[in-house]
Design a protein around this ligand. Structure first.
Ligand code: PEP
Ligand code: MG
Length: 757
């Protein structure tokens, strides 16, 4: 019997009411039972069942049914692709059969009591790209379900998706038997990801967030705890001393970004409301450990409630602090109260957090999805913390303290590694003095196989990169990204602080070529201390040079610090995200003003620095002839150029496949810029992603580019790659590549020429 459309519409409405019921506190099982009852009654079918997808085990679980054997609820599982139900989930499409048993994928499950049902209709329940489950109808009568039934069921599945997804998530809340099982099942597995920072690590799982995280604090009933007020006060002193030592060490190693990184900890530690409140509790008879736990958890709860990013960041500080105090209260603990021997799992990572984790010896980091920003990955590279990204959310179901092996080289996380895996990782770790290895690979000069001289300069993000750049004898600094000291601090660094940092950059290498880029914030590089910094489309917002032209005080302060740091040296100053000649002229005017201010303030007379424009916008490509005429040099910023040419967010993992550096439009745009710079006799160098891929370097060399800037750790490998390339071939191949019209042709051509890289 065909079901009239009105009925379907009515039913969809009552289903959405049902969904609301769930939000009002209905228990999950009862809610699901109601769903199947109402759907089967409205659709007038013999059976309605709901299967929820258990991601950890990669199976569908029958969670409620009206019409099948109730005993199977919670027990009947189907793998993705198993039976018609599994097929609906695998192929993410409705499966409608007049006689289910006629379909070769049909899998009889006699215990379910479904033999007598002939018609079959299953639709997947999907939320975004997440698989939530499958909704199934069955009926005794053959050919019972029409196309419009399938559409109605699809609409119901869509209506219910949000609620069922919540049910799916709640079913894996910690503490339930189910969850424990799922968490155990997550063990012994390989979790795949993408390498962000190479390296290997062994350690136990530590979740930076998630339900139950407050339990990360030690329980107070442990007998080993010291109990007197004096013990508590000593623990506070010890904690303070440790934090000060940590801060000092960090400032020695990472002077540019480490300033006051543990200041919030230290301030908090001595605060009346924090250690003062703990002391009060102890005086009132509460044991010290309990007092620490109570007060710390109170603060955590307050911060957790906040919508503010920066407030939430403080949660980790409080946890760190609580943990440290408690550890210092334990008489015989080997635990250092930091992240030694721990691998951090998180979906969000702020630059300052990363720095704290690294300073506190975190072994490695597994980051879920797009929970971070490009500069965090850059920072992680400079800090050399092994780090992978993964889209596999089963990482959140790995129980705390589970042994893990992180092999970022192969972009793998091994849960509960066996002895052989542990041994392999240990060996890799021991055998990796990366710096020594790089140094031994590095060459005095970079030349192609036929002797053309190429200049590989260092891209410097942190002062610590200078050490690597020095050891491999990089030929100057092609790009110093000045934003990190701004991003990590909680306020603008003073001109003096900047001066000290830039002086180290300017004098960091033997080569006199130093390119200091002015502040490139905005986009994904958010200064959290600017209250008005929220923008709907930050990559199209007040970014880079636009920000500086709007904030002239900051601009002048930075330029003065850069010029002073340069002294009599002919430094190069580079403006990011220039979109017009006007931008460039405006920026140049501020440089001239800054020189005047320096003179006026008696700080000295300095030579005019060489001024460059980054070509990273399509508008700058158009304006390249004029910019090449006016600027002293150009720098092709290929990360942004690809992003803006193709309209693909460089930080969005979901469109990472579209971020194509070999797209014909990109190849042609860079050719235009290179030709223009050549014609104007304007020096040009390339930085960003195309400068670190040997294939695009080959193309660019073929166009005539001789200067590249890349992370110093990548230079020796690139030198070897360039040494295998032949310049005459590169010129011919670049000419052909620039004329090809499709990515397919480009791919095929590159395959044919098979670069020896
Ligand atoms: C670029 O865009 O290529 C570049 C080097 O700048 P950043 O990655 O800092 O935006
Ligand atoms: Mg850029």
């Amino acid at each position: 019997m065909k079901i009239p459309d009105e009925t379907n519409v009515e039913m969809i409405c009552s289903v959405s009411e049902l969904a609301n019921l769930f939000h009002q506190g209905q228990d999950i099982k009862g809610f699901l039972a109601q769903v199947v009852r109402i759907v089967s009654s409205h659709m007038q079918t013999d059976v309605c069942s709901v299967y929820i997808f258990d991601e950890a085990r990669d199976v569908l679980v029958l969670q409620a049914t009206a019409g099948l054997n109730q005993e199977m609820v919670g027990k009947l599982t189907l793998a993705t692709g198993e039976g018609l139900t599994g097929l609906a989930l695998k192929e993410l499409r409705p499966i409608r059969e007049g006689r289910g048993a006629d379909n070769p994928y049909f899998k009889p499950i006699p215990e379910s009591g479904e033999e007598r049902f002939q018609s079959f209709l299953a639709v997947p329940i999907i939320r975004g790209i997440r698989r939530v489950g499958v909704l199934v109808l069955q009926d005794e009568k053959a050919s019972r379900f029409s196309k419009s039934d399938a559409m109605a069921l699809k609409a119901i599945a869509t209506q219910l998706a949000v609620t069922l997804e919540n049910a799916q998530l709640l079913m894996v809340l910690p503490g339930t038997e189910d969850t424990k099982k799922k968490r155990e099942d997550a063990a012994g597995r390989l979790i795949r990801g993408t390498q962000v920072v190479d390296g290997v690590a062994l350690g136990s799982a530590y979740h930076l967030e998630g339900p139950g995280k407050f339990d990360g604090l030690i329980k107070a009933q442990n007998r080993d705890y010291r109990n007197s007020l004096d013990d508590f006060r000593k623990a506070i002193d010890d904690t303070e001393q440790q934090l000060e030592d940590l801060q000092k060490r960090l400032e020695e190693e990472l002077a540019d970004v480490a300033s006051l990184i543990f200041s919030a900890h230290l301030l908090m530690l001595r605060d009346e409301g924090f250690s003062g409140a703990m002391e009060e509790l102890i005086k009132n008879g509460i044991r010290p450990c309990e007092a620490v736990e109570q007060v710390a958890n109170r603060y955590i709860a307050i911060f957790a409630d906040s919508d503010n990013h920066r407030m939430r960041e403080k949660i980790q500080d409080i946890k760190d602090l609580g943990h440290r105090i408690l550890k210092n209260l334990i008489a015989d603990s080997n635990d250092r109260g930091d992240y030694t021997d721990q691998i951090i799992i998180t979906s969000e990572l702020l630059p300052s957090e990363l720095l704290k984790l690294s300073a506190q010896n975190a072994e490695g980091i597994v980051l879920y999805g797009g929970g971070t920003t490009a500069h965090v990955t850059v920072l992680a590279r400079s800090l050399q913390v092994p780090l992978i990204y993964t889209e596999d959310d089963s990482i959140f179901r790995i129980p705390e303290n589970t042994p893990l092996a992180l092999d970022a080289h192969q972009a793998l996380l091994i849960v509960n590694p066996d002895e052989a895996a542990q041994k392999r990782i240990t060996q890799l770790k021991e055998g990796s003095d990366r710096l020594e290895e790089l140094e031994s690979m590095a060459r005095e000069e970079t030349r192609t196989a036929d002797g053309t001289r190429i200049y590989l300069r260092a891209t410097v993000n942190l002062l610590s990169d200078l050490k690597v750049a020095g050891r491999i004898k990089a030929e100057g600094i092609g790009l110093y990204r000045s934003e990190f000291p701004f991003l990590i601090r909680s306020d603008f660094p003073s001109e003096e602080e900047q001066f000290r940092i830039y002086s180290q950059v300017v004098n960091g290498l033997e080569s006199p070529l130093v390119t200091l880029r002015t502040l490139d914030v905005g986009g994904d590089k958010i200064l959290s201390y600017l209250p008005e910094s929220h923008e709907a489309n930050p990559f199209l917002g007040l970014r880079a040079i636009r920000f500086l032209l709007e904030n002239k005080k900051v601009f002048v302060g930075q330029l003065k610090a850069m010029i002073r740091a340069g002294g009599k040296k002919p430094i190069r100053i580079l403006f990011p995200l220039v979109s017009s000649l006007d931008d460039f002229f405006n920026a140049r005017r501020i440089v001239l003003k800054s020189l005047d201010f320096l003179k006026r303030d008696g700080l000295g007379t300095f030579p005019m620095p060489k001024l460059g424009a980054m070509i990273e916008l399509p508008s700058a490509v158009e304006m390249a002839p004029e910019l090449a005429r006016e600027a002293d040099f150009l720098s092709l910023g290929t990360n942004d150029l690809v992003q803006y040419m193709l309209g693909v967010d460089r930080t969005n993992e979901r469109v990472a496949g579209l971020f194509d550096t070999r797209h014909p439009a990109v190849l042609r745009a860079v050719k235009r810029v290179v030709d223009t710079a050549k014609a104007a006799d304007c020096p040009l160098s390339v930085c960003g992603i195309m400068a670190k891929d040997p294939v695009t370097v080959y193309y660019l060399m073929g166009l005539g580019v001789k200067e590249f800037s890349l992370e110093p750790g990548r230079i020796p490998e690139m030198q070897s790659a360039v040494a295998k390339m032949n310049m005459d071939n590169a010129v011919k191949d670049a000419e052909i590549l620039s004329k090809l019209g499709t990515s397919k042709e480009i791919k095929e051509f590159l395959k044919k020429i098979a670069l020896p890289v």
